[in-house]
Design a protein around this ligand. Structure first.
Ligand code: ATP
Length: 326
């Protein structure tokens, strides 16, 4: 089990990850989902001991990543967003280099490398230069490197970024296969990817955990919201008062259009309030010209939960980068 407790990372006065707590139970594939700049890489770098947290703890099967770094890191295979591979090495040279770094005894190295290469599907490119491989194969070599030493936990940062659709499908199938023998945490900004691959999804936005559940639970929660688009005649204040009279928990946005006043009403639950809204609006002197019901999809919920992109993609300023470089 990976246990993350109150994890926080600040860069200057910007909080990249704020008070994050979650666990990854053994045997699961867990997805860390969030838009660019949400804090996924920062979180993964702290989980794997590459970045010190400002606050909070990470335990890998009970080993604290800061207090017992060697023991904790031995349990983890990490594929960073840009795999650290040497373009001028052949695949077998790269894997043997990683095996040495991971302290695999010389007599076991060949078998270890063959097993990792087999799992990642790179046996047929062992004698090729990494610089000449396709992006998809380079990702697989990075994955093979992460698998060396049989770590029970795999942490994969955006493993399908930059791959073509066929390579993406292959990589997802490979992750599902690895999930049968490993506990996996993958990050992604693609909702359909985590829904398809993961047992559990954590949604990160602006460095904070904003939702957590199985894809089915999140979809059920999404289905629980109802939205109505109602075009009426009459004044905005009368229309708002009528909607509030039906249920003060209904959220209303109003916009004047050429066809009339367009009300976008969101309900926090799945009670059908169309009849009550019709009566209330008509009684308030706002006859209805059109009404449509829309159920929120998982995509809608994701978009509603995450902060506007601009806030998440802000670039670090020079002073902050210098601080990090130190
Ligand atoms: P992406 O999918 O684009 O990689 P992400 O979800 O992995 O995004 P992070 O890379 O963890 O997000 O970045 C989170 C926030 O921290 C961003 O606002 C980013 O600008 C900021 N940040 C990351 N690294 C540094 C740094 N070295 N110095 C200052 N700010 C940083």
């Amino acid at each position: 089990m990976i246990e993350v407790s109150h994890l926080t990372r600040r860069y200057g006065n910007r909080c990249a990850v704020e008070d994050l707590s979650f666990s990854v139970p053994a045997g699961q594939i867990v997805g860390l989902l969030g838009p660019n700049g949400a804090g996924k890489s920062t979180t993964m770098n702290m989980l794997t001991g590459y970045l010190a947290p400002t606050d909070g703890t990470v335990r890998i099967e009970g080993c604290d990543i800061l207090d017992q770094p060697l023991e904790a890191r031995r349990k983890i295979g990490y594929l960073p967003e840009i795999p650290p591979l040497y373009a001028d090495m052949k695949v077998n040279e790269q894997l043997s280099f990683v095996a040495q770094l991971r302290g695999i005894p010389k007599k076991d190295r060949a078998a270890e490398i063959a097993a990792a290469a087999g799992q990642a599907g790179v046996e047929d490119v062992m004698d090729r230069l990494i610089g000449n491989l396709s992006k998809g194969y380079r990702q697989r070599v990075g994955l093979a490197a992460a698998l060396i030493g049989h770590p029970p936990f795999l942490i994969l940062d955006e493993p399908t970024v930059g791959l073509d659709p066929k390579q993406m499908i292959e990589m997802r199938a490979l992750i599902r296969e690895l999930g049968k023998s490993h506990t996996v945490l993958i990050s992604s900004h693609i909702l359909s990817e985590v829904s398809a691959v993961c047992d559990h999804v954590l949604i990160l936005s602006g460095g904070k955990l904003v939702a957590s559940g199985t894809p089915a639970e999140l979809a059920r929660a999404a289905a629980g919201h109802l939205c109505w688009q109602i075009t009426v005649q009459g004044s905005e204040s009368d229309a708002r008062a009528a909607v509030a009279g039906v249920d003060s928990a209904l959220e209303v946005q109003a916009k004047a259009t050429d066809d009339g006043l367009l009300l976008s009403i969101t309900s926090p639950d799945d009670t059908d309030r169309r009849a009550a809204l019709s009566c209330a609006l008509v009684q308030a002197g706002c006859p209805i010209l059109a009404m449509a019901e829309q159920r929120m999809s998982l995509e809608d919920v994701f978009l509603q939960l995450i902060e506007p992109e601009g806030e998440q993609q802000s670039e670090p300023d020079e002073a902050e980068q210098e601080e990090e470089a130190e």
